[in-house]
Design a protein around this ligand. Structure first.
Ligand code: NAD
Length: 514
């Protein structure tokens, strides 16, 4: 769609984009939940929220749909996801723009997020013909043993504001080819892109035809209380929940209590090590994108950096220069590389962490470059200059994820000590090392190296591809989604033994003759 509107009339532009994407105006006007754009801080829509009863009815409908969908052959289910990929390609510009308006991402990142959705659809289509089980050698003659993978049921998806559409697609594309139905509770900060995705999927379903049962995909609009309905519902055997570790601490035990599966994708406090042999040009670019990109609001954002003392004085002036010169501003009307924080709460949390780092109350005071608010003329928008903080040691706020662009830098002299410090935080999502020394690189990837779910060499911590399994250890929750064999979480496994002999030999030589 080509909308020639005043770029600051974001309410009208949002309504036009949603209409072009196929969302009914009643879904985003006149409701009780205000939706704001972080670009200007203004309210751009009013959504009607779902009551607990309505949410339960939607989950029941998804469960009924599952019962039909699981009978559809997997390659045919893949055809629906292929059509979803086609629809996403056709609507990439509009959806990417909506992501930029709703989450404040710069245009290439808004579009990049939609590209990630397209990529996972392609992956899932191939997967729909590769949901392989094993054939296993049995100890009994005239027997065959095998593994079958069956659809699981309703998959609940809870997502965070910072990847408002990609996270849904990682889960939904896999769940749909695995024969599951999906119920999505998007972040209350980004509900509009969820309505858009649902409308795009509805187009794909309409093209797919009657094999797709009604109710296959549902969206629940509301706050965390609606998420809790999804978490507690007995007809939801798996909840894939992406968000803060605080959220996972609440959701995990609730799911465990009813023996439901959890895929938890929680906070990160990602670290990088710059070794004496590092290619500093490459490291500089990777650090700058990893720490400042998406205004520090990626789960994989680089937050802690350990730099060897022999290269510290070469790297730091260049890094400071990059921090001082990076452009911050309205992502829709300028070519700024750093857009807004999501809201005032995020800004306040950033200032609190910087105060703590400066004050030294937590055991070492840091010197700070940046961190100040940038005035774009919109009082309710929160733009900040990314902050670079040199810390004498890893203490206080360095140990926690503050979801904002703050990079703490520490000097090291001993590799083992740096590795130990790298692993000495509660989260375990992404990590990277910059080195041309093979021993250091391999050690970082070894069993006694980085303890994260993602460990990279000469690449930054952020910007993962969908082909790999995505997720992290420790307080990041242990879940894996997207590529590799993550699909197995969305299916149930049955071990089958078939006796084609005329005898009934018991396993382990047991005799039980009656
Ligand atoms: P958040 O935890 O505030 O909210 C995430 C989602 O959880 C929202 O939809 C929210 O409504 C829901 N929720 C919150 N409490 C709930 C409860 N008790 N029961 C059910 N649902 C509940 O997170 P956020 O501020 O939107 O996102 C930022 C956080 O997400 C950061 O910590 C970031 O690292 C993390 N994140 C992690 C990944 C990952 O893959 N590991 C990806 C993206 C974001």
């Amino acid at each position: 769609m080509n909308i020639a509107t005043n770029p600051l009339d974001l309410k009208s532009e949002t309504a036009a984009l949603l209409a072009a994407l196929g969302v009914d105006a009643a879904a985003f006007t006149g409701g009780d939940m205000a939706s704001r754009t972080p670009v200007t801080g203004e309210v751009i829509a009013q959504l009607p929220t779902d009551s607990a009863e309505k949410a339960k009815a939607k989950i029941d409908a998804a469960d009924a749909a599952f019962r039909g969908w699981r009978q559809v052959p997997a390659p045919r289910r893949g055809e629906l996801v292929r059509l979803l990929g086609e629809e996403l390609r056709a609507h990439k510009a509009d959806l990417g723009r909506l992501v930029s308006i709703e989450a404040g991402k710069i245009p290439s990142e808004g579009l990049g997020e939609v590209q990630e959705m397209i990529d996972i659809c392609d992956f899932a289509v191939g997967l729909s013909r590769q949901l392989y089980g094993l054939t296993i050698a049995t100890e009994r003659p005239g027997h065959r043993m095998m593994e079958s993978w069956h659809p699981l049921g309703v998959v609940g998806i809870i997502s965070a504001f910072n990847f408002p559409v990609a996270v849904w697609s990682w889960n939904a594309a896999l769940a749909l080819v695995c024969g599951d139905s999906v119920v999505w509770k998007p972040s209350e900060k980004t509900p509009l892109t969820a309505l858009a995705c649902q409308a795009i999927l509805a187009r794909a379903i309409a093209r797919f035809g009657k094999d797709a049962p009604e109710g296959l995909s549902q969206v629940l609009i509301g706050g965390r209380e609606i998420g809790e309905v999804l978490v507690d519902h007995p007809k939801v055997p798996l909840v894939s929940a992406t968000g803060s570790t605080r959220m996972g601490r609440e959701v995990g035990p609730r799911l465990a209590k009813r023996f439901a599966r959890a895929v938890l994708e929680l906070g990160g406090n990602n670290g990088g090590i710059v070794c004496p042999s590092a290619d500093l040009d490459m490291a500089l670019r990777a650090i700058a994108f990893g720490a400042m990109g998406t205004a520090g609001q990626r789960c994989t954002t680089l937050r802690r950096l350990f730099v060897h003392e022999s290269v510290y004085d070469q790297l730091m002036p260049r890094l400071k220069k990059a921090y001082e010169s990076v452009s911050v501003g309205n992502p829709l009307t300028s070519s700024a590389l750093v857009g807004p924080l999501i809201d005032k709460q995020a800004y306040d949390a950033m200032q609190k962490a910087l105060e703590e780092a400066k004050s030294g109350t937590s055991g070492g005071s840091g010197s700070v470059v940046g961190g100040t608010r940038v005035d774009t003329g919109a009082p309710d928008a929160y733009y900040v200059r990314p902050a670079l903080v040199e810390m004498p040691a890893q203490t206080g706020p360095v140990l926690e994820e503050t979801f904002a662009p703050i990079l703490y830098v520490m000097k090291y002299s001993d590799f083992d000590a740096a590795l130990a410090d790298h692993n000495a935080v509660a989260a375990g999502l992404s990590s990277s090392i910059f080195t041309l020394n093979m021993q250091e690189a391999e050690r970082f990837l070894a069993a006694d190296g980085s303890d994260c779910g993602i460990a990279n060499v000469n690449i930054g911590t952020s910007g993962a591809e969908i082909g790999g399994a995505f997720g992290g250890e420790k307080e990041t929750g242990g879940g894996r989604e997207s590529g590799s064999d993550s699909w197995k979480a969305y299916m149930r496994r049955a071990t089958n033994t078939i006796n084609y002999s005329k005898a009934l030999p018991l396993a382990q030589g047991v005799s039980f003759d009656i």
